[in-house]
Design a protein around this ligand. Structure first.
Ligand SMILES: *Cc1c(COP(=O)(O)O)cnc(C)c1O
Length: 401
């Protein structure tokens, strides 16, 4: 049987590892040696699960979406990560990592952010714990995600606009790593997705695995069996997808469908469909599929969705896609916008545009009437209302208002 978990050297098949500058070696090694022990300790588990319940609002509901089920000819259940505190799944991870940072004696937090959701989730837990927070964010994103920047500042974080490269997420990651290199002993880098050097992809997947742990229990209760026929999630770096599938990786009864951001189409130069387009390369500390030119220059990612706007994808997902365990679909901007409107009009749920990519995947799979499909709504669409309205011409029959 295939094993899709990380091996002891930090690899998922040929992907992963820890490609880091010498100055970070001791810090990353300390994390690698201690994270499993801390995560498995009774003290950590008790505090983590209490905060997930009382602060984040977990368990998030598993909701049978009747009108959408009818539309797609299946039994569609939505895992409502959009209802979490701060509006997305990101908070599951930041709550866990800040507890880890505290237990490792770190006093200063650094992070990267794209759309600002991870920056807000990190600034939130820093306020909660009284720790200093530095957020690196591309200057382009600072402009287009202004509300999230104001939220982070209100929460007490320092937001550093990054003006190198394309001034988006990938550049923010590079700058956060640079900051970490300058303060390796007192700073904990809270990585926002299943990315970065080992052990981060595994650490983040474990923090998000609460999603599939709950799905198992909720399906048992609502459907009478603990597994679905399909799991569907959107994928940027891969954290909400990893959390959604974590407890089903080796369960071949469960088909996994992932939706990446096609932008204008994965064959065009305006895309973020890394699993379709990428080739093996090293980015931000790990080997993964990267969109790059023949000289290894990283290509700019393009998508309407700031949270999926990254030219790489986490090593766990590179391996699973390569081995055929996951089916990866490329969803274009217009398909995502239309799907976002559809969920809004049929169920009264405005999803994040990232999550709308997963909704759009429903129309590309042939379901049977009694198939149980669980789709993770990774976040809420409050931050995207302006973009939805600006692009309502893409919404087909729903755009006529
Ligand atoms: C950040 C984000 C994503 C993409 O990140 P993953 O690590 O791939 O989950 C998806 N949806 C929302 C709402 C986000 O904020």
């Amino acid at each position: 049987m295939q094993n899709y978990q990380v091996d002891e050297n930090g690899f998922y098949g040929e992907f992963g590892g820890a490609y880091i500058p010498e100055i970070l070696y001791a810090t990353v090694e300390e994390l690698r040696r201690s994270y499993r022990g801390i995560l498995e300790s009774a003290d950590f588990q008790e505090t983590y699960h209490r905060l997930l319940r009382d602060y984040v609002g977990r368990p998030s509901p598993l909701y049978l979406a009747k009108r959408m089920s009818e539309r797609y000819g299946c039994q569609l259940y939505l895992k409502r990560e959009d209802l979490n505190h701060t509006g997305a799944h990101k908070i599951n991870n930041t709550v866990g990592q800040i507890l880890l940072a505290q237990r490792m004696g770190k006093t200063r937090i650094t992070c990267e952010t794209g759309a600002g959701q991870h920056g807000v989730a990190t600034a939130t837990v820093c306020a909660l714990m009284g720790l200093r927070c530095e957020v690196f964010m591309g200057a382009t994103d600072v402009e287009r995600q202004h509300t999230n920047v104001e939220r982070m500042r209100m929460l007490g974080a320092t937001v550093h606009p990054v003006r190198t490269g394309n001034m988006t997420l990938s550049d923010a990651c590079s700058e956060a790593i640079r900051d970490w290199c300058c303060h390796p002993s007192d700073t904990f880098y809270i990585v926002g997705s299943t990315m970065g050097p080992h052990p981060y992809p595994d650490l983040v997947a474990r923090m998000q695995s609460v999603i599939s742990a709950e799905i198992k229990e909720q399906l048992q209760e609502q459907v009478g069996r603990s597994y679905p026929d399909y799991l569907v999630a959107c994928i940027g770096g891969g954290s909400n997808a990893a959390g959604t599938i974590y407890h089903y990786l080796d369960d071949e009864r469960v088909s996994i469908v992932l939706a990446e951001a096609g932008g204008h189409g994965w064959q065009t130069n305006h895309t973020a469909a890394t699993l379709h387009r990428g080739t093996p390369g090293i980015l931000h500390g790990a080997k993964m599929l990267v969109m790059q030119d023949d000289d290894g220059q990283i290509e700019e990612a393009f998508t309407i969705s700031a949270g999926l706007d990254y030219p790489g994808v986490g090593p766990m997902h590179c391996n699973m896609a390569q081995k055929g365990r996951t089916r990866v679909l490329s969803i274009n901007d217009d398909e995502a916008i239309r799907a976002g409107y559809e969920l809004t009009r049929l169920e009264g749920i405005i999803p994040a545009i990232e999550s709308a990519h997963a909704i759009a995947a429903l129309g590309k799979v042939d379901f049977k009437q009694d198939d149980v499909v669980v789709l993770t709504v990774s976040g809420r669409g409050d931050k995207d209302v302006e973009t939805y309205l600006k692009n309502k011409q893409m919404a087909g029959e729903y755009g006529d208002f």
